[in-house]
Design a binder for this molecule. Structure first.
Ligand SMILES: *[C@@H]1O[C@H](CO)[C@@H](O)[C@H](O)[C@H]1NC(C)=O
Length: 389
């Protein structure tokens, strides 16, 4: 029979994060391992790595393989994709590095026999979707490159050319969705798993000037492999949109059903505000605002929406303090009780409490400035933070 204390501990542990490791990337070329000690309420840097070029911008962790991929956003002279093994203490050792044409703002693995046969990246200014065959090797070559063009410029001055911002794999692994900030569309590609070929099969139309950046998915039918709702965060429109997703064997049909501001009803962002990251947890959707300073000088906000689980319909809940300036990145931990927010310009990682029942974000448990702070409006500072779990 289990003793009472064993039982209590067993019940306590899964829902209480005592210590955790995180990985952050910084636009000065470094990756950092951070240790979060919940009882001491401290964050500390416990490791560093390089190899992801000058401008590491996106991190993708494969926990089952203890492998991390990093994508370099470098704007000139090409960039890199690098892979790292992640030790039990979170320390990173580079295992491979491949040169790219640069400016990749997002990337991940897809296809093959195990979902990791190929890598796809999107390049913001060259307006491209690029694929590579895995594994990464120093002499690795581009497998395919698709360049997107605009029929006409969009209403926002940043919509001069196509700007694919994410290569988001759908949960079935059969389709790639590419929000295009320049084109105001979400491009859909079917995946040939054996060859890695991405074939354009359709697109969802955003409103003019929305500038969709990132997407997340929801199933209202308890069918996690084939979701029926997608949400996008719209960087230029400072809003989030809900979409219906309808699967056929050859494509996903997308229809936008709702768009809500990332600011409280009646409020507007300033000239430099740009919505950045989008996360979903339980029946709540979260979107980060960059440079809105809703909570005071250099204190930006995270917009929270409730989700009707039966329909996927969203409604404004409230703005929470991001405790960061220019929060380009944030992620909710698996337990759902903590959020790691990365302020790009403040270059800090803030660990905030989250109430999984109410969806509310609360106090700062720990915060740490990592490497050199950025300058307002510039492409420097902290680029990404993720939980290593
Ligand atoms: C999940 O959705 C797909 C696509 O709509 C459908 O073919 C499948 O039967 C669904 N599975 C379940 C368990 O409902």
């Amino acid at each position: 029979m289990l003793g009472a204390s064993t039982l209590a501990l067993g019940l306590l542990l899964p829902s209480t994060t005592l210590a955790a490791s995180l990985i952050a990337s910084h636009y000065t070329g470094k990756l950092f391992t951070l240790n979060f000690d919940a009882s001491a309420k401290t964050l500390s840097v416990t490791g560093q790595a390089t190899g992801c070029g000058t401008t590491p911008g996106w991190l993708e962790l494969y926990p089952a393989d203890k492998t991390l991929y990093c994508f370099d956003e470098s704007w000139s002279n090409g960039g890199y994709i690098a892979s790292y093994s992640v030790a039990s203490d979170g320390k990173l050792s580079m295992t491979a590095q491949m040169k790219t044409s640069g400016n990749s703002v997002h990337g991940l693995l897809y296809g093959g026999s195990n979902g990791k046969g190929f890598a796809a990246t999107v390049e913001y200014s060259p307006s491209t979707l690029t694929t590579y065959k895995m594994p990464l090797t120093s002499g690795g070559q581009t497998l395919s490159l698709q360049k997107f063009t605009l029929a006409a410029k969009g209403p926002n001055s940043r919509q001069d050319v196509a700007h694919p911002h994410e290569a988001r794999l759908d949960p079935s692994g059969k389709f790639m969705l590419v929000p295009d900030l320049g084109a105001d569309i979400v491009r859909v590609f079917s995946i040939d798993a054996s060859s890695g070929k991405l074939t354009s099969c359709g697109q969802g139309q955003a409103a003019a000037g929305d500038g969709p950046r990132h997407a997340v998915f929801l199933s209202t039918k308890n069918n996690a492999t084939y979701p029926d709702v997608m949400y996008t965060v719209n960087e230029l429109g400072n809003s989030v949109s809900a979409w219906t997703m309808s699967y056929s064997s050859s494509c996903i049909a997308l229809t936008k059903t709702q768009t809500i501001s990332t600011f409280a009803p009646g409020k507007k962002g300033g000239a430099g505000t740009k919505a950045a990251e989008l996360r979903i947890a339980g029946n709540f959707l979260y979107a980060a605002n960059r440079a809105d300073q809703t909570f005071g000088s250099k204190q930006d906000s995270i917009a929270i929406y409730t989700i009707d689980p039966a329909t996927g319909k969203i409604a404004w809940m409230e703005a929470a303090n991001a405790h960061a300036y220019y929060p380009r990145t944030f992620q909710i931990n698996k337990a759902g009780d903590l959020v790691a927010v990365g302020g790009q310009t403040s270059s800090n990682v803030a660990i905030l409490t989250r109430d999984a029942t109410t969806g509310k974000l609360g106090d700062v448990v720990a915060t740490l400035v990592v490497a050199t702070p950025g300058r307002a409006g510039e492409e420097d500072g902290l680029s990404a933070v993720i939980w290593n779990e």
